[in-house]
Structures are given as structure tokens and as C-alpha cells.
Ligand binder design. Structure first.
Ligand SMILES: [Zn+2]
Ligand SMILES: [Zn+2]
Length: 177
């Protein structure tokens, strides 16, 4: 059984994002990864090899606006949660023609007709209180049950994922105690 709102494979293929390189950071190619979540649709994170996020996109095949449910999921996954701002979430509806013939035919056969909802979450580079630049990073370690988003300096030399550091601290404590 497909989950309500799940995006059929044929549409996901058509929605797959283009390439691109990491803007104002390392210029390396950006990878799009689908990340696990309990949301009914499909969530993709586009990030460079160092984890700097260019954009996250959530697709759901529905007529409702899924922005609020995406927002609360992102708030659970982001440190600090104030990084998730309503105005950084943008809703769009993708229709058949722009997705290519196969997807168009598929969408046309759906009753009642509907497009695919896409919610984009983009956090632009910003300045911390001390004036240094911060970027949104993501940690996609398989041991984390969900993506972990956090802000860090693009020049940071150590990995600042809060979940990884917590685990590291616990290990250190155990080995010294
Ligand atoms: Zn980069
Ligand atoms: Zn981590």
C-alpha cells in the first residue's frame, strides 16, 4: 500500500533536481539525496560533499499545503530550531507539462487531477553575532534516525553536528570513567 501523499516513482524521476555546484563555498558538485522521514511525501536534501546545504525540497502528491507539517519536522531536526523560519519555506505546485511526457500523462490520468506540491527550504548564508559567516549544514550519517541540520562556519575544520558530538562526548566519558 502506498502512503497517502506518496509521490509515485515516475514523478520522482521527473522531479529529480539538476546538478549544480556549491555556491560561495567549495564549488564542488552538489549531490541530491533522498532522506528518510515519517512525512508521507519525499524529502530531498541538496548538499556539497562537506555538508553545506543548498536547498531541501519536499514533494507530496496532494492538494493540501504540506508546509506546516514539513516545518514541524524540520524544527525537530534542526539545532537551533530557530533556524527554521516560516518565510524560508516556499510552496510551489509542479504540473505535468514541465515534468515531461511520462509524468504529464501520469498526472492527467489521476482523478481528481492534482499537481505535485513542492516545498523548498532554503537558508541563505547569514552572520553570527560575532560577525562571522554561518551556513546551514546537514549530517546524514546512517546512525542518525533523521537528517541533522545545524549552523556552522563554512571554514569550520571540525565536524560540528550536535548529534555526533553528543555521541563522541559519551564515548569519551565512558573510556575515561
Ligand atoms: Zn561546499
Ligand atoms: Zn552527525
Amino acid at each position: 500500500m502506498k502512503r497517502r501523499g506518496a509521490v509515485p516513482r515516475v514523478l520522482l524521476a521527473a522531479l529529480a533536481s539538476p546538478g549544480g555546484t556549491c555556491y560561495r563555498h567549495c564549488n564542488r558538485p552538489i549531490r541530491t539525496r533522498r532522506v528518510p522521514s515519517r512525512l508521507p511525501g519525499a524529502l530531498f536534501v541538496r548538499a556539497c560533499p562537506s555538508g553545506v546545504v543548498s536547498v531541501s525540497v519536499y514533494f507530496e502528491w496532494t492538494r493540501r499545503d504540506p508546509s506546516r507539517s514539513l516545518q514541524s519536522a524540520l524544527e525537530r531536526w534542526t539545532t537551533p530550531r530557530s533556524l527554521v523560519r516560516w518565510r524560508d519555506l516556499r510552496l510551489a505546485t509542479r504540473h505535468g507539462p514541465e515534468l515531461g511526457r511520462t509524468a504529464e500523462r501520469f498526472l492527467a490520468s489521476a482523478h481528481p487531477g492534482r499537481g505535485v506540491r513542492a516545498v523548498y527550504w532554503r537558508v541563505y548564508p547569514f552572520r553570527a553575532r560575532d560577525g562571522t559567516e554561518r551556513r546551514l549544514f546537514v549530517c546524514l550519517r546512517r546512525s542518525h534516525p533523521h537528517p541533522v541540520f545545524f549552523a556552522a562556519s563554512p571554514q569550520a575544520t571540525k565536524w560540528e553536528c550536535p548529534t555526533c558530538s553528543r555521541r563522541q562526548a559519551r564515548r569519551t566519558l565512558r573510556s575515561s570513567g
